[in-house]
Design a protein around this ligand. Structure first.
Ligand SMILES: Cc1cc2nc3c(=O)[nH]c(=O)nc-3n(C[C@H](O)[C@H](O)[C@H](O)COP(=O)(O)OP(=O)(O)OC[C@H]3O[C@@H](n4cnc5c(N)ncnc54)[C@H](O)[C@@H]3O)c2cc1C
Length: 471
């Protein structure tokens, strides 16, 4: 922990900031202000009073103490990808970590130390040079910070677990500006809370991550018109639920794009895409993935062996910065005829060619981690489903948001309960408590009470501080 910090009063807040902050400070009117305040979801056009572009933990500490002394709200920006736009707020101080993107890899111990503002591709670029990766998300321009602290589902989640399951230690700037290292031995409760509790407990300036060996993968996608989708999805269920952890299968419902491999008759129409990715020996891939397509014949398939780096960037172009997004998500108990019918109804109602419904069977290593070992809830959830609207014209906001809301609401009978904290957007009060469940929420609120008693870090899916009801 740092030495006792000098007190900062409201009167000396400005000189304190100017004298101690090493990075750059941006305000309205500065050339780069609009570029840096912009976040991935174009729905959130917000204007912070100050953007503090930090160069390290010391800068984060100064910015936090300045904000508190001057009575300003705080947001923390990692990759800026949160769909709810929690990293930017009007009149707040934005603690921008995006310049802090260095990664050190130790191939001997299969670990990496990644700064708090890394994008997933920064981490991959450093680790893949050693044939290693930290399991993370499926779009390489997503921020490590928000993704890892909320959980982190991705291609390798069934095989190795979530990103937060790979968090071995963290350098954290607490709300009062002190810097601590959270490990299994020191601040172990804090480390527990960082594994799924979101950005509530502190600003992580360095993640120490466990890495896993990776290599080329066999990737097999099939496209189906909606009239064969019921049979194909029943086949998906049968296939996905009995696979070992080297096989990951995903389903997407959206309008088919204008790619060479898609038959012309399907282009522009609502369609089902099933994808199987095999992480074992690529030579075995065709035999391992083909049974996904046994229940119904796809109209076309695309089969490739690709490097792990290519796989990690596959989703990069489908969800570009600046478009408008509205996402609802839920866990599902099963994928029987009832939810399939509802999902297909939503697909027929898709208005934007950019919107999509994604769902996948989870379990595997995700549910192998003991429930009490991390703040991440609902490890046993069988399926996760997101109904993601994407469009460009602000005049269409209400229609697309309503499509997304309706898509999840009509699945209510099969909701598993809770939700994935990183996919929350525009939720009713009480949703965050529901995400974690009572015991876990109370434990997180107690940690918040210890590490951020004044709720300085409130620009997130917030868990207000509360003393533990049981002492
Ligand atoms: C295109 C896209 C693809 C995605 N794919 C996946 C996926 O495959 N798997 C998955 O699990 N999720 C995925 N997500 C969701 C993603 O996990 C969340 O949007 C997450 O919040 C993004 O993190 P960020 O750092 O980019 O976000 P930001 O908007 O920068 O931050 C969000 C919040 O995280 C906190 N935060 C960020 N960095 C830090 C830090 N260093 N210390 C403390 N708090 C911090 C803050 O509270 C902040 O408000 C995806 C999102 C998008 C937009």
């Amino acid at each position: 922990m740092t030495d006792v910090l000098e007190p900062v009063s409201q009167e000396n807040a400005e000189p304190f900031l100017r004298n101690h902050f090493k990075g750059s400070l941006l305000g309205p009117g500065d050339a780069a202000y609009d570029e840096v305040r912009a976040v991935w979801n174009g729905m959130h056009d917000r204007r912070p009073s100050l953007i503090a572009r930090c160069t390290g933990a010391a800068d984060v500490s100064v910015a936090l103490r300045y904000a508190t002394a001057s009575g300003r709200a705080v947001t923390v920006r990692g990759g800026g990808h949160n769909v709810a736009g929690t990293s930017v707020a009007d009149d707040a101080v934005m603690i921008d970590l995006s310049l802090m993107n260095g990664v050190d890899v130790d191939p001997g111990t299969e670990t990496a130390r990644a700064q708090g503002g890394c994008l997933l591709r920064d981490v991959d670029a450093a680790t893949l040079a050693h044939g290693l990766a930290c399991p993370a998300g499926v779009v390489s321009h997503t921020g490590l910070g928000g993704l890892a602290l909320g959980g982190g589902y991705g291609w390798l989640a069934r095989k190795w677990g979530l990103t937060c399951d790979h968090l071995l230690a963290a350098e954290v700037v607490l709300a009062d500006g002190t810097v601590v290292e959270a490990t299994e031995d020191d601040h172990a409760g804090l480390l527990w809370g960082l594994r799924g509790g979101g950005g509530n407990l502190g600003v992580v300036t360095r993640f120490t991550l466990r890495l896993r060996p990776v290599g080329p993968v066999h990737h097999h996608t099939g496209v189906f018109p909606l009239d064969t989708a019921v049979a194909a999805l029943a086949g998906y269920r049968e296939f996905a639920e009995k696979q070992g952890v080297d096989l990951h299968a995903v389903a997407t419902l959206k309008r088919a794009g204008h790619h060479d491999w898609i038959p012309r008759r399907l282009r522009g129409l609502p369609a089902l895409f099933l994808t199987a990715t095999w992480f074992g020996d690529p030579a075995e891939g065709p035999a391992r993935t083909a049974p996904l397509f046994a229940a119904a014949a796809p109209d076309a398939t695309l089969t490739r062996v690709m490097s792990f780096a290519e796989l990690q960037a596959l989703g990069d172009h489908g969800e570009p910065h600046g478009n408008r997004y509205y996402t609802k998500s839920c866990y599902l108990t099963d994928l029987t005829e009832g939810p399939i019918a509802q999902l297909l109804d939503s697909t027929r109602e898709i208005e934007s060619p950019l919107s999509a419904i994604d769902f996948e069977y989870l379990r595997g290593a995700i549910s192998d981690v003991a429930d009490e070992d991390s703040a991440f809830p609902r490890r046993d959830a069988p399926y996760i489903c997101t109904v993601s609207a994407q469009w460009t014209d602000p005049a269409e906001d209400p229609a697309h948001a309503e499509w997304s809301r309706r898509g999840v609401a009509r699945l209510a009978e099969w909701h598993y309960g809770g939700a994935y904290v990183n996919y929350l957007q525009d939720e009713r009060p009480g949703k965050v408590a529901e995400v974690y469940g009572t015991a876990r929420y109370e434990r997180l609120a107690a940690l918040k009470h210890r590490y951020d008693p004044d709720n300085v870090l409130a620009g997130n899916q917030n868990i207000p501080p509360a003393a533990h009801p049981h002492g």
